[in-house]
Design a binder for this molecule. Structure first.
Ligand SMILES: [Zn+2]
Length: 329
Protein backbone atom coordinates (compact mmCIF):
# COMPACT_ATOMS: atom_id res chain seq x y z
CA UNK A 1 0.00 0.00 0.00
CA UNK A 2 0.97 3.58 -0.36
CA UNK A 3 3.01 5.35 2.23
CA UNK A 4 1.41 8.17 4.15
CA UNK A 5 0.88 11.34 2.21
CA UNK A 6 0.36 14.89 3.31
CA UNK A 7 -2.38 17.36 2.57
CA UNK A 8 -0.02 20.02 1.30
CA UNK A 9 0.81 17.84 -1.68
CA UNK A 10 -2.78 17.58 -2.85
CA UNK A 11 -2.52 20.38 -5.36
CA UNK A 12 1.17 19.99 -6.05
CA UNK A 13 1.01 17.55 -8.95
CA UNK A 14 -1.36 19.09 -11.47
CA UNK A 15 -0.41 19.51 -15.10
CA UNK A 16 2.68 17.36 -15.19
CA UNK A 17 4.96 18.90 -17.86
CA UNK A 18 5.24 16.91 -21.08
CA UNK A 19 9.02 16.85 -20.79
CA UNK A 20 8.76 15.12 -17.41
CA UNK A 21 6.48 12.42 -18.85
CA UNK A 22 8.78 11.96 -21.86
CA UNK A 23 12.01 11.72 -19.86
CA UNK A 24 13.99 8.47 -20.10
CA UNK A 25 16.74 7.25 -17.77
CA UNK A 26 18.55 3.99 -18.42
CA UNK A 27 20.81 1.71 -16.42
CA UNK A 28 22.47 -1.59 -17.19
CA UNK A 29 21.50 -4.41 -14.87
CA UNK A 30 23.69 -7.18 -13.55
CA UNK A 31 22.82 -10.45 -15.32
CA UNK A 32 23.78 -13.45 -13.21
CA UNK A 33 24.15 -16.88 -14.76
CA UNK A 34 20.93 -18.86 -14.77
CA UNK A 35 22.65 -21.53 -12.66
CA UNK A 36 23.50 -19.01 -9.96
CA UNK A 37 20.13 -17.28 -10.12
CA UNK A 38 18.28 -20.58 -9.92
CA UNK A 39 20.19 -21.57 -6.81
CA UNK A 40 19.40 -18.23 -5.14
CA UNK A 41 15.69 -18.52 -5.94
CA UNK A 42 15.38 -22.19 -5.02
CA UNK A 43 17.00 -21.63 -1.65
CA UNK A 44 14.45 -18.94 -0.80
CA UNK A 45 11.47 -20.94 -2.03
CA UNK A 46 12.45 -24.05 -0.12
CA UNK A 47 12.37 -22.08 3.13
CA UNK A 48 8.70 -21.32 2.59
CA UNK A 49 7.22 -24.15 0.55
CA UNK A 50 7.01 -27.89 1.12
CA UNK A 51 7.86 -28.46 -2.53
CA UNK A 52 9.97 -26.00 -4.49
CA UNK A 53 12.46 -25.89 -7.32
CA UNK A 54 14.13 -23.35 -9.58
CA UNK A 55 16.03 -24.76 -12.52
CA UNK A 56 17.60 -23.31 -15.64
CA UNK A 57 16.08 -24.55 -18.87
CA UNK A 58 17.56 -24.00 -22.32
CA UNK A 59 14.27 -23.15 -24.00
CA UNK A 60 11.01 -22.21 -22.34
CA UNK A 61 7.83 -23.90 -23.57
CA UNK A 62 5.53 -22.10 -25.99
CA UNK A 63 3.98 -19.53 -23.66
CA UNK A 64 1.16 -18.73 -26.07
CA UNK A 65 -0.34 -22.08 -25.06
CA UNK A 66 -2.43 -22.83 -21.97
CA UNK A 67 -2.11 -22.17 -19.15
CA UNK A 68 -0.05 -19.03 -19.87
CA UNK A 69 -1.90 -17.48 -22.82
CA UNK A 70 0.79 -14.92 -23.65
CA UNK A 71 0.84 -12.88 -26.83
CA UNK A 72 4.28 -14.20 -27.86
CA UNK A 73 5.91 -17.63 -27.53
CA UNK A 74 8.73 -16.55 -25.21
CA UNK A 75 10.13 -13.81 -22.97
CA UNK A 76 13.64 -13.81 -24.42
CA UNK A 77 15.42 -11.56 -26.88
CA UNK A 78 16.95 -8.38 -25.43
CA UNK A 79 14.94 -8.59 -22.19
CA UNK A 80 14.61 -5.25 -20.41
CA UNK A 81 12.43 -3.70 -17.76
CA UNK A 82 10.58 -0.41 -17.93
CA UNK A 83 9.24 1.46 -14.91
CA UNK A 84 6.83 4.01 -16.31
CA UNK A 85 5.15 6.84 -14.36
CA UNK A 86 4.39 6.14 -10.74
CA UNK A 87 2.11 6.28 -7.72
CA UNK A 88 2.58 10.05 -7.21
CA UNK A 89 0.51 10.55 -10.37
CA UNK A 90 -2.35 8.63 -8.75
CA UNK A 91 -2.52 9.69 -5.14
CA UNK A 92 -3.39 11.72 -3.23
CA UNK A 93 -5.17 13.05 -6.31
CA UNK A 94 -5.08 11.54 -9.78
CA UNK A 95 -3.52 13.36 -12.70
CA UNK A 96 -5.88 12.67 -15.58
CA UNK A 97 -3.46 14.22 -18.02
CA UNK A 98 -0.86 11.53 -17.30
CA UNK A 99 -1.17 8.89 -19.98
CA UNK A 100 1.47 6.75 -21.63
CA UNK A 101 1.49 4.45 -24.65
CA UNK A 102 3.32 1.16 -25.04
CA UNK A 103 4.14 2.03 -28.66
CA UNK A 104 6.15 4.98 -27.35
CA UNK A 105 7.58 2.92 -24.51
CA UNK A 106 8.84 0.40 -27.09
CA UNK A 107 10.72 3.18 -28.85
CA UNK A 108 12.11 4.55 -25.60
CA UNK A 109 13.42 1.13 -24.53
CA UNK A 110 15.11 0.73 -27.93
CA UNK A 111 12.94 -2.23 -28.86
CA UNK A 112 10.38 -1.29 -31.54
CA UNK A 113 7.91 -4.12 -31.95
CA UNK A 114 8.47 -5.23 -28.37
CA UNK A 115 6.51 -7.90 -26.57
CA UNK A 116 5.31 -6.46 -23.25
CA UNK A 117 4.00 -8.21 -20.17
CA UNK A 118 3.53 -6.71 -16.74
CA UNK A 119 1.37 -4.69 -14.39
CA UNK A 120 -0.03 -1.20 -14.62
CA UNK A 121 -2.97 1.14 -14.60
CA UNK A 122 -5.23 1.24 -17.62
CA UNK A 123 -6.24 4.37 -19.44
CA UNK A 124 -9.34 6.00 -17.91
CA UNK A 125 -9.73 7.80 -21.23
CA UNK A 126 -10.10 4.57 -23.19
CA UNK A 127 -12.09 2.51 -20.68
CA UNK A 128 -14.08 5.34 -19.12
CA UNK A 129 -12.89 4.64 -15.60
CA UNK A 130 -9.66 4.12 -13.71
CA UNK A 131 -8.70 0.45 -13.94
CA UNK A 132 -6.06 -2.23 -13.56
CA UNK A 133 -4.02 -3.27 -16.58
CA UNK A 134 -2.44 -6.59 -17.47
CA UNK A 135 -0.26 -5.70 -20.48
CA UNK A 136 0.20 -8.72 -22.78
CA UNK A 137 0.91 -7.37 -26.23
CA UNK A 138 3.37 -8.21 -28.99
CA UNK A 139 3.54 -5.02 -31.03
CA UNK A 140 5.65 -6.55 -33.80
CA UNK A 141 3.03 -9.23 -34.41
CA UNK A 142 0.05 -6.90 -33.83
CA UNK A 143 -1.16 -9.38 -31.23
CA UNK A 144 -2.78 -7.66 -28.26
CA UNK A 145 -4.10 -9.98 -25.54
CA UNK A 146 -4.00 -7.27 -22.87
CA UNK A 147 -6.82 -7.31 -20.36
CA UNK A 148 -8.14 -4.75 -17.90
CA UNK A 149 -9.95 -5.25 -14.60
CA UNK A 150 -12.53 -2.72 -13.53
CA UNK A 151 -14.93 -2.43 -10.62
CA UNK A 152 -18.54 -2.60 -11.81
CA UNK A 153 -21.33 -2.70 -9.24
CA UNK A 154 -18.74 -3.58 -6.60
CA UNK A 155 -17.63 -6.66 -8.54
CA UNK A 156 -14.51 -7.28 -10.58
CA UNK A 157 -15.02 -7.34 -14.31
CA UNK A 158 -12.26 -8.47 -16.67
CA UNK A 159 -12.35 -7.06 -20.19
CA UNK A 160 -10.24 -7.23 -23.35
CA UNK A 161 -8.19 -4.08 -23.84
CA UNK A 162 -7.63 -3.37 -27.50
CA UNK A 163 -5.27 -0.42 -27.25
CA UNK A 164 -1.71 0.29 -26.18
CA UNK A 165 -2.64 3.25 -23.98
CA UNK A 166 -1.50 3.10 -20.37
CA UNK A 167 -2.61 5.18 -17.40
CA UNK A 168 -0.53 6.71 -14.61
CA UNK A 169 1.97 3.88 -14.19
CA UNK A 170 3.16 0.54 -15.44
CA UNK A 171 5.96 -1.92 -14.81
CA UNK A 172 6.73 -4.10 -17.80
CA UNK A 173 9.14 -6.64 -19.18
CA UNK A 174 9.94 -5.88 -22.81
CA UNK A 175 11.52 -8.51 -25.04
CA UNK A 176 11.53 -9.76 -28.60
CA UNK A 177 9.04 -12.44 -27.54
CA UNK A 178 11.19 -15.36 -28.58
CA UNK A 179 11.86 -18.59 -26.71
CA UNK A 180 15.20 -19.00 -25.00
CA UNK A 181 16.96 -19.76 -21.70
CA UNK A 182 14.89 -19.03 -18.59
CA UNK A 183 14.54 -20.11 -14.99
CA UNK A 184 11.70 -22.57 -14.46
CA UNK A 185 10.21 -22.03 -11.01
CA UNK A 186 7.78 -24.29 -9.17
CA UNK A 187 6.44 -24.22 -5.64
CA UNK A 188 3.51 -25.77 -3.80
CA UNK A 189 2.09 -26.09 -0.28
CA UNK A 190 3.25 -22.97 1.50
CA UNK A 191 4.66 -23.69 4.94
CA UNK A 192 6.22 -20.30 5.69
CA UNK A 193 4.96 -16.72 5.97
CA UNK A 194 6.19 -15.50 2.59
CA UNK A 195 4.22 -16.05 -0.56
CA UNK A 196 5.83 -17.05 -3.83
CA UNK A 197 6.59 -13.54 -5.05
CA UNK A 198 7.86 -12.28 -1.72
CA UNK A 199 10.24 -15.23 -1.65
CA UNK A 200 11.56 -14.55 -5.12
CA UNK A 201 11.84 -10.82 -4.63
CA UNK A 202 13.47 -10.93 -1.22
CA UNK A 203 15.91 -13.51 -2.53
CA UNK A 204 17.26 -11.14 -5.17
CA UNK A 205 17.16 -8.16 -2.78
CA UNK A 206 19.27 -10.08 -0.25
CA UNK A 207 21.68 -11.53 -2.78
CA UNK A 208 22.11 -8.67 -5.24
CA UNK A 209 20.70 -5.45 -3.71
CA UNK A 210 22.12 -2.33 -5.36
CA UNK A 211 24.17 -4.52 -7.69
CA UNK A 212 20.96 -4.37 -9.65
CA UNK A 213 19.32 -7.58 -10.81
CA UNK A 214 15.92 -7.34 -12.50
CA UNK A 215 13.58 -10.19 -13.36
CA UNK A 216 10.43 -10.42 -15.40
CA UNK A 217 8.20 -13.29 -16.28
CA UNK A 218 4.97 -15.16 -16.01
CA UNK A 219 3.64 -17.69 -13.57
CA UNK A 220 0.37 -19.43 -13.04
CA UNK A 221 -1.37 -20.10 -9.75
CA UNK A 222 -2.67 -23.57 -10.55
CA UNK A 223 -4.43 -24.33 -7.29
CA UNK A 224 -5.83 -22.26 -4.46
CA UNK A 225 -6.95 -18.66 -4.15
CA UNK A 226 -5.25 -15.28 -3.94
CA UNK A 227 -5.95 -11.85 -2.49
CA UNK A 228 -6.26 -9.39 -5.36
CA UNK A 229 -7.25 -5.75 -5.49
CA UNK A 230 -8.86 -3.78 -8.27
CA UNK A 231 -8.77 0.00 -8.39
CA UNK A 232 -12.18 1.59 -8.71
CA UNK A 233 -12.58 4.94 -10.45
CA UNK A 234 -10.41 7.77 -9.17
CA UNK A 235 -11.26 8.88 -5.69
CA UNK A 236 -13.32 12.08 -5.62
CA UNK A 237 -11.47 13.11 -2.46
CA UNK A 238 -7.71 13.11 -1.86
CA UNK A 239 -6.35 9.86 -0.42
CA UNK A 240 -4.07 11.04 2.32
CA UNK A 241 -3.20 7.90 4.27
CA UNK A 242 -2.62 4.20 3.78
CA UNK A 243 -5.95 3.56 5.47
CA UNK A 244 -7.75 5.84 3.03
CA UNK A 245 -6.11 4.08 0.08
CA UNK A 246 -7.18 0.71 1.47
CA UNK A 247 -10.71 1.98 1.91
CA UNK A 248 -10.74 3.13 -1.70
CA UNK A 249 -9.34 -0.07 -3.24
CA UNK A 250 -11.61 -3.08 -3.75
CA UNK A 251 -10.20 -6.33 -2.42
CA UNK A 252 -11.26 -9.76 -3.59
CA UNK A 253 -10.31 -13.37 -3.03
CA UNK A 254 -9.93 -14.80 -6.52
CA UNK A 255 -9.94 -18.38 -7.72
CA UNK A 256 -7.17 -20.17 -9.61
CA UNK A 257 -6.07 -20.64 -12.27
CA UNK A 258 -4.66 -17.12 -12.37
CA UNK A 259 -1.96 -16.07 -14.83
CA UNK A 260 0.39 -13.60 -13.17
CA UNK A 261 2.63 -11.13 -15.02
CA UNK A 262 5.47 -9.99 -12.85
CA UNK A 263 8.48 -7.68 -12.67
CA UNK A 264 10.96 -7.19 -9.84
CA UNK A 265 14.26 -5.48 -9.16
CA UNK A 266 16.76 -6.03 -6.36
CA UNK A 267 17.31 -2.36 -5.55
CA UNK A 268 16.21 1.17 -6.26
CA UNK A 269 19.41 2.03 -8.17
CA UNK A 270 18.77 5.73 -7.61
CA UNK A 271 15.90 5.66 -10.09
CA UNK A 272 12.99 5.75 -7.65
CA UNK A 273 11.92 2.32 -8.83
CA UNK A 274 8.95 0.26 -7.85
CA UNK A 275 10.68 -2.89 -6.62
CA UNK A 276 8.06 -5.47 -7.50
CA UNK A 277 4.69 -5.48 -9.21
CA UNK A 278 2.43 -8.33 -10.28
CA UNK A 279 -0.96 -8.37 -11.95
CA UNK A 280 -2.99 -11.37 -12.98
CA UNK A 281 -5.72 -12.36 -15.39
CA UNK A 282 -7.81 -15.46 -15.97
CA UNK A 283 -10.25 -17.13 -18.30
CA UNK A 284 -13.02 -16.88 -15.72
CA UNK A 285 -13.50 -13.13 -15.47
CA UNK A 286 -11.18 -12.38 -12.57
CA UNK A 287 -7.95 -10.41 -12.44
CA UNK A 288 -6.14 -7.48 -10.87
CA UNK A 289 -3.24 -6.65 -8.56
CA UNK A 290 -1.78 -9.67 -6.77
CA UNK A 291 -1.07 -9.41 -3.03
CA UNK A 292 -0.59 -12.99 -1.80
CA UNK A 293 -2.14 -16.45 -1.81
CA UNK A 294 -4.81 -17.16 0.80
CA UNK A 295 -4.82 -20.96 0.70
CA UNK A 296 -1.28 -21.99 1.68
CA UNK A 297 -2.17 -25.66 2.20
CA UNK A 298 -3.15 -26.18 -1.43
CA UNK A 299 -1.49 -23.35 -3.35
CA UNK A 300 0.58 -24.32 -6.36
CA UNK A 301 2.70 -22.00 -8.50
CA UNK A 302 4.66 -22.58 -11.71
CA UNK A 303 6.32 -20.13 -14.05
CA UNK A 304 9.27 -18.78 -15.99
CA UNK A 305 11.56 -15.86 -15.26
CA UNK A 306 14.25 -14.13 -17.26
CA UNK A 307 16.89 -11.70 -15.99
CA UNK A 308 16.69 -8.32 -17.71
CA UNK A 309 19.73 -6.63 -19.22
CA UNK A 310 18.66 -3.02 -18.68
CA UNK A 311 16.11 -0.99 -16.81
CA UNK A 312 14.51 2.15 -18.21
CA UNK A 313 12.83 4.75 -16.02
CA UNK A 314 10.29 6.65 -18.06
CA UNK A 315 8.26 9.67 -16.93
CA UNK A 316 9.69 9.52 -13.44
CA UNK A 317 7.65 11.69 -11.04
CA UNK A 318 9.71 14.57 -9.75
CA UNK A 319 10.40 14.73 -6.02
CA UNK A 320 8.42 17.93 -5.60
CA UNK A 321 5.29 16.30 -6.96
CA UNK A 322 4.42 14.23 -3.96
CA UNK A 323 6.01 12.61 -0.91
CA UNK A 324 4.42 9.31 -1.85
CA UNK A 325 6.85 6.51 -2.60
CA UNK A 326 5.08 3.38 -1.45
CA UNK A 327 3.78 0.69 -3.73
CA UNK A 328 0.12 0.80 -4.61
CA UNK A 329 -2.05 -0.36 -7.46
ZN1 LIG B 1 -0.82 -3.03 -9.38
Amino acid sequence: MASATSNESVHAIKDVPAEVLAAVEKKALHVPSLDELSAVLQHALQANFANASATPVEVCPDLTAAPYHLAAPGINGSPRLADVGGVPYLIPTANRNVLFDLQEVATKVDLPGAFFIGAGAGSWKYIGTNCELMPNVHLGASNNLTTTAIVAHDKCELRPYDTTQVGVLCNVLASEGVRGPVVHVKASVRTGPKDFLSCLHQAIVSRYGQQGVGLGGVFVIREGKAKIHVMPDFSPVPLCSDAEVDQWLKFYEMQSPLVCLSTMVSGDLGLDLRLTHTHCFSNHGEGGHYHYDTTPEVVEYEGYLVPAEHIYRIGRPQPCMSPVHGPAN
